[in-house]
Design a protein. Structure first.
Length: 401
């Protein structure tokens, strides 16, 4: 039996999924102590529930996900509306260092995938699909390369494998980020920088003096919608250009422009507390929708090679974030939060990275540097670096491209 749920039902269930995650985390100390994000817990549990309904009662839920992409665009827009370019001047060197760290990891990630695939007597391209193409690149990059590999090499089941890797990477990236960073913080007794604490207290004071109201909500929502409209228009107009950017990047760009134009007049001043609220809400709903719609039963045929590939990649990500990302980024509190975020988009996506960092900072303290460096890397640079690494691997003789 198929149940088709319209956007209203889908949104209502996504909110229930978030309540489910909150309830379970409040009752399970392991999840709470390891800072697992609420949408990940609720989404995975709901996906398991729908799988049981399908297996036992042949009930299949079809969600209308028309609101999922707008929620993702809203989230990235709020990142832009929160990005003070004066802070970018301070975080520029850290962003450059983190770019080099990510580039090194992309090379290692594809190397691990390639070696694992060869050891299981699989086609080498399967190793790349189980590497940075799907894990750092996500569903879109995975689907694009899977189609290319299917056309050129005629590999059976390559699309299903790519989407399965991207999906499970999204889950695992949200699960390991909190424990990795939390262990570093507790083991080394790391504390937030005093400047971070002072800045956080100032922001809280400002929020108390100017609380969220109907006016601030309407103004911020209007700015967000302007960014979405402008971002989509720019993405459509640049679609045929030699160099293109995803729509969410254009939305983020416009948000940055609005945020840093407040010197033109008070009407352009952004209310930070409202921006943060809309950003948190859209991020949570996006992740809940992405995870609650998983059809786990369709991935069972791929369980064997998928389990091996993702186990190797998960171990590689944990070790790299713990010993390389953390140390190169400075071995301090902010570096630990960055390491947790790196787990998020190194295996999943930028929203997963931000969810990891939000869960960590809510428990341990503010880290403005991490929230500047990681989203910028995930939004702007990681796809470009990933494309360079993938093309370099495909140029190897064994692939035949």
């Amino acid at each position: 039996m198929n149940l088709d749920l319209d956007p209203i039902w889908t949104l209502a269930i996504a909110i229930l999924v978030l309540y489910l995650g909150t309830f379970v985390i409040s009752r399970v100390g392991f999840l709470r102590n390891n800072n697992i994000p609420v949408p990940v817990v609720g989404g995975v549990l709901f996906a398991l529930l729908t799988s049981i309904l399908y297996a036992q009662y042949d009930i299949r839920l079809h969600f209308d996900m028309s609101m999922k992409d707008p929620m993702m665009l809203m989230f990235f827009t709020t990142i832009g509306l929160s990005a003070d370019l004066r802070m970018l001047k301070q975080g520029g060197p850290q962003l450059l260092i983190f770019a080099l760290v990510c580039l090194l990891y992309l090379i290692i990630q594809d190397g691990l995938g390639l070696l694992t695939a060869i050891s299981m007597d699989l086609h080498p391209l399967v190793g790349l699909l189980g590497g940075s193409i799907t894990l750092s690149g996500g569903h879109g990059t995975g689907a694009a390369y899977a189609q290319k590999f299917a056309d050129v090499q005629n590999i059976a089941g390559v699309m299903e494998l790519a989407l399965a890797c991207a999906t499970f990477g999204l889950i695992i990236g949200g699960i390991i980020g909190g424990p990795v960073a939390g262990r570093l913080i507790r083991k080394r007794a790391l504390q937030p920088d005093e400047n971070n604490i002072e800045q956080n207290e100032v922001q809280q004071t400002q929020q108390q003096e100017s609380p969220i109201s109907t006016d601030t909500l309407l103004q911020t929502l209007f700015y967000v919608l302007l960014c979405l409209i402008g971002g989509r228009a720019l993405a459509a107009s640049m679609a045929g250009a030699a160099f293109t950017l995803p729509g969410f990047v254009w939305c983020l760009f416009i948000g940055v422009a609005i945020r840093n134009s407040d010197f033109l007049g008070p009407f352009l001043k952004v209310h930070r507390a409202t921006v943060d609220t809309i950003g948190s809400l859209s991020l949570s709903i996006f992740l809940a929708m992405a995870l609650m719609s998983l059809r786990l039963w369709e991935l069972l045929d791929l369980a064997g090679p998928l389990l091996v590939l993702l186990s190797v990649q998960t171990l590689g990500m944990v070790l790299f974030a713990s010993f390389i990302t953390f140390r190169i980024m400075g071995s301090h509190y902010d570096a630990a939060i960055v390491a947790g975020g790196h787990c998020g988009f190194g295996l999943g996506a930028t929203p997963t990275a931000v969810a990891n960092m939000k869960a960590l900072t809510l428990r341990y303290g503010a880290s403005p540097q991490a929230f500047l460096v990681v989203p910028l890397m995930g939004a702007f640079f990681i796809d470009f670096l990933n494309a360079l690494v993938i093309q370099a691997y495909l140029a190897l003789p064994l692939f035949g491209f």
